[in-house]
Design a protein around this ligand. Structure first.
Ligand code: C2E
Ligand code: MG
Ligand code: MG
Ligand code: MG
Length: 285
């Protein structure tokens, strides 16, 4: 068996002469190749943003758009963010990619506002690695300046685990972001282990109910209980609450009745290219 491993490693060339099992080695190779493709993808501008509307339940109006990255790789075709974002995180490539997302999303929102429609927020996903970068707040501030975006229209989405991490320093960081005038949303809420005591000290604006709970609505599960609890929690902490992954009329009516503030999901619209957002939601202005 050791022979096989050695043979395989040699085959990969001198530089890769390592005592890996064939399986481990090929996984490492795959990861390396994906990393190279990602790097080139950034240079060749293979990334594009989709936007998914966030709708206010009481008015029925679009109040925000979540920017969601898409990668059309020359080597691989369409690659899902669930596949490449974790690799981009591990390799640190998420930092330049995330900066690209932030800049493009802000520039797009400013362009839309200039077309004269009712302004809406732009929500941008921020990964743990980006959030931990020493100059993250400076980056936010610089991009807002360069794109001439009013900070009140930017919302960053971070996960529970990011917000709950490292006690005091996360609170300080979030406070500095709030001081810029940027809004903060906790994504996939309910899937992590939030300390409620800690949550009430965090300067966040929005709880985003994870789509796994929305999916459970009407399936005779306790998903409905969880949603009701999160909505009540948000009320008592004076936070806005948005449900993601809303797909059906039943889910829509349930959430509306429970007085959820906003919704996002295929029921209203799939994530779309900017030009399709304009065609569908901006014509007539
Ligand atoms: P997320 O931020 O929780 O985004 C929600 C995901 O649910 C998106 O998947 C969206 O397309 C999908 N979705 C929206 N409505 C529905 C629905 O009604 N039904 C179902 N089944 N799905 C719905 P997507 O675009 O594939 O993104 C997956 C994840 O990748 C995101 O989860 C986010 O964590 C990450 N991601 C996407 N874009 C970025 C980015 O620019 N930066 C970073 N750091 N992460 C990103
Ligand atoms: Mg999100
Ligand atoms: Mg989410
Ligand atoms: Mg998610």
């Amino acid at each position: 068996q050791a022979d096989t491993a050695m043979y395989y490693a040699k085959e990969q060339g001198r530089k890769n002469y390592q005592f890996f099992t064939p399986e481990l080695n090929s996984r490492a190779q795959e990861r390396l190749s994906l990393e190279n493709n990602l790097r080139k993808g950034l240079e060749r501008e293979e990334f594009v943003l989709n936007y998914q509307p966030q709708v206010d339940f009481s008015t029925g109006r679009i109040v925000g758009m979540e920017a969601l990255i898409r990668w059309n790789s020359a080597e691989r075709g369409i690659v899902s963010p669930d596949v490449f974002i974790p690799i981009a995180e591990e390799t640190g490539l998420i930092v330049p990619i995330g900066e690209w997302v932030l800049r493009n999303a802000c520039a797009q929102n400013v362009a839309w506002q200039k077309q004269g429609h009712q302004p809406w927020r732009i929500a941008v996903n921020i990964s743990a690695r980006q959030f931990q970068e020493a100059n993250f707040v400076e980056l936010l501030s610089r991009v807002l300046n360069e794109t001439e975006m009013d900070p009140q229209w930017l919302e960053i989405e971070i996960t529970e685990s990011i917000a709950m991490k490292k006690g005091e320093s996360a609170v300080n960081l979030l406070n500095r972001i709030k001081e810029l005038g940027v809004r903060i949303s906790i994504d996939d809420f309910g899937t992590g282990f939030s300390s409620l005591n800690y949550l009430q000290r965090l300067p966040v604006d929005t709880l985003k109910i994870d789509q796994s709970f929305v999916r459970d609505i009407s399936e005779d599960d306790n998903g409905e209980e969880v949603i009701t609890t999160i909505i009540l929690l948000a009320r008592s902490l004076h936070l806005r609450v948005i449900a993601e992954g809303v797909e059906t009329k039943i889910q829509y009516h349930f959430l509306k009745e429970k007085q959820c503030d906003e919704m996002q999901g295929y029921f209203f619209s799939k994530p779309l290219l900017a030009e399709d957002i304009e065609r569908k939601f901006l014509s007539g202005f």
